[in-house]
Structure formats: C-alpha cells, structure tokens
Ligand binder design. Sequence first.
Ligand SMILES: Cc1ncc(COP(=O)(O)O)c(C=O)c1O
Length: 453
Amino acid sequence: MTNILGSYSSLHPRSVQLYQQALQMFPSGVTHDVRFLPPFPLYIERAQGCRKWDVDGNEIVDYVMGHGALMLGHSHPLLVQAVNSQIAKGTHYGACHELELTWANWVQRLMPSAEKVRFTNSGTEATLMAIRLARAYTGRDKILKFDYHFHGWHDNVMGARYAESDVPRVSGVPMGTLENQVTIPQNDVALVERTLAENRDIAAVIIEPSGGSWGTLPLVEGFLAQLGEATERHGVLLIFDEVVTGFRLSPGGAQELYGVQPDLTCLAKILAGGLPGGAVATKRDIFALMEFTLDMEWNLCRRVFHPGTFNANPLSAAAGTAMLSHIADGRPQAHADAMTQRLVPAMNKALEGRGIPGCVYGLSSMFHIVLGEDCPRPRDGVEWPWDAANGASPPRTKLDIALALKRGCLNNGVDLMGFSGGLVSAVHQPADIDFTVEAFDRTLGQMQEEGIL
Ligand SMILES: Cc1ncc(COP(=O)(O)O)c(C=O)c1O
C-alpha cells in the first residue's frame, strides 16, 4: 500500500514536471512563500465556484480561495461580467475615472470609520501607507505591533509570522527600521498601557482585529475596545489591518462587528473582487496630509507622497464594485459563517472519534487546525482551549504532521490554506463541507496508519 507521500507523487505527475521547470526560474520554484510545499506544489489549470482542477485533472475543494479574496468563489458570473465589460473599455486610462468613485463610495458606505479612502495595489501597500500617514500625523517614528500579527512584507512590519523574540534579525531589513518597531504579545492591555507610557515616540498601534495571523491566535473579548481606549488616552493612532477581516467578519468588517472604530483601516483582498488592489481608509482628517496645496510649489517633502501606476485600476475597480455591492447586505457572509459552523464541529468530532489530540477552531468564515501531542483538545465545542488571555503561545503543529495533513488532504481532494486552515466562501455548500469532513477524516486515518499521528 502506498503512503501519503507516495500517493501525492503518483496522483500529480504533471505538477512534478512543471515544478522541475519552475526550479530553474523561481527561488524554491514558487512565486509566493505560502505556496512552497515539498516535494512539489500543485499546479492549477482552472477554477469555478469553490472548486479548482489541477493540471492532472484532480478536482479539489478550495479553502485557499484566492488567499481570502474570493468571498464569492472562483469566477462568479457577476464579477466575470463586470471585468469582461470593463476590459473592452480599457484597462488603464492614466487618468481619473468614474468607477473609482463608485468603488470608494461602497467602502465609505460599508466601513464605519471610512470617511476618506485612497486605493493602493495590495494589502502590503495599504499597511505601508497607513504607517507613513501615522508617522507624518504624529511626528513620531515608532510602531507598536503584536507577535504573530501579519501585515505584509515591507520593512516596517517584518517578523510578524513568529514571536519577535524568535527572530531578532530579519534578513535584509535594516537594524534601524527594526529598532522603530516595538513588538509585544496580544491580549495584555496592561502591557500595552505600560509600553505606550514608556515609549512616548510611538506613532501608532497596528493590529489584525481577528487576532494574530487571521485568528490563529484569537483575541480575548474586549481587547479591541480596551486598545481603542488606551491609544486614545496616549494620543497614539490605532490602525486596524482589515486586509482579511474587511467585508468578511461583517459587511463593515471587524470594526462593525466589534463596534470599535480605528483611526486608519487597511483593506485589500475582498475589496478588489479577486483582482489586485488595496486601500487605506481614515476616520479623522488624516488624509489632509496628502492634500496638495497650490501655494506649496509642488513641495513634495511637506506632504505624504503617493503615486502608484496601478492605483484604482479600472479592472480592479470593476471587480471590487461588483463584489462590494453584492456582499453589502451581509447574506453571503452569513452563509459562509454558517458553512464554517457546519465544518468546524464536524472536524473536531472526527478528531475525537479517532482519539487524536488536536483542535479545530475558527472565527466567522475562517478556521484553523492544530494537531498532535502538544495540541489541546477542544473544550465545549469549538473554542480554543489554551490560555490566550495570559499571553500563552498558541500550540504549534509539528512540521512533519502539518506537511502530511496538507498532502493527505490534497490527495483526498481538499486544499487547505497554508498547512493548516482555510477560508470558507459564500459558494461553499453543505455537500462541499460534508465532502471536506470525510476527506479530513480519511486523511487522519491514513496519518494514523503511517504512525504520523
Ligand atoms: C492581515 C494581512 N495584512 C496584510 C497582508 C498583505 O496583503 P497583500 O498580500 O495583498 O500584500 C495580508 C496578506 O495575507 C494579511 O493577511
């Protein structure tokens, strides 16, 4: 009988061939860190709804969902129509266009704190801009962030995937930049207060309002509100990185769901309907820093500078407008949440049925899996059972277990986001969820047979 790795290779011969070519072109053969999967990643040929098909013809239920951008699934007819119709009218006018107003208007209508908006090309660019604005607004240099919170890959926010104490130096990031970043564990408001009091040069606090790494490390109840009060008391700006949570946790993102308004909001993913795009939205008049004044003789140094060839690109504006107008009533999000509620307890039941230590937990339409001896069992349903409130690190699945889970699930027709989680869309249906639970259970059984679990 072949094992998980053997089946993975024999099911995907064309992906093996393509990866051999890719190794000659890209570092480690991939174009995004999360796509690295030894001994080779899968190559996808087409996708529709919540499914995708690889180059060997295998059908896969997708939980990567465009890294969380595809709330309406792959190639939703509304989005296809919007992009097709725009492409025939032009892809780049090098000028202002009406659709950028419509797109921004949806952001203003949906996001409680969005008084003004500026479009960027990605979430990374959005956090870069928010931090630049916060520094310009306060005249201070330091940024306070939290362990495990991911805000893209520019120099100001690096090291986010690990507790910073694990990574004292990030390759290629100047020491001076790292020195302007203060990083602490989440969920400890007394520590936030102390850090803000001791560092009068902090411009802003940036946070993923789901908790670190899209809720891998959940926030304790009330932390966002306490953070809002603490930042206001210390005259520090609060940045919500809603690149994942925006339009997902509710039409108005985490800020609507939890009733906490940040000073600056970073958006991307769902915002642009599956095409590249991002935005910063502000509550106060922070964008005054970006306004031109005609008596300034184009003195760019005195204002916050923001060019960008593809800002508010018409194709992204078309897809984004179609997406936001369709999800504005919250029904798609409610469906995705309900599907996640069907999935998570059933996956926990599968773990329990097989006596495997581990836990599946989630927030809204996002879920995470931890497996193995070091990982706790779920307590009373789907809540995370470790002591996040006291700053405990989340349990980590060992790499060999995570790799086997990822490959095994792919063999059984399910693609997880990274090695251990997923994003559920508005087009996943109960039958897809039930298929996924069976695939997960079968994978667990195969891992047990091989002695991996
Ligand atoms: C919370 C968060 N912020 C920022 C980013 C960076 O966005 P992008 O990949 O569009 O640059 C990501 C990407 O996954 C993210 O999850």
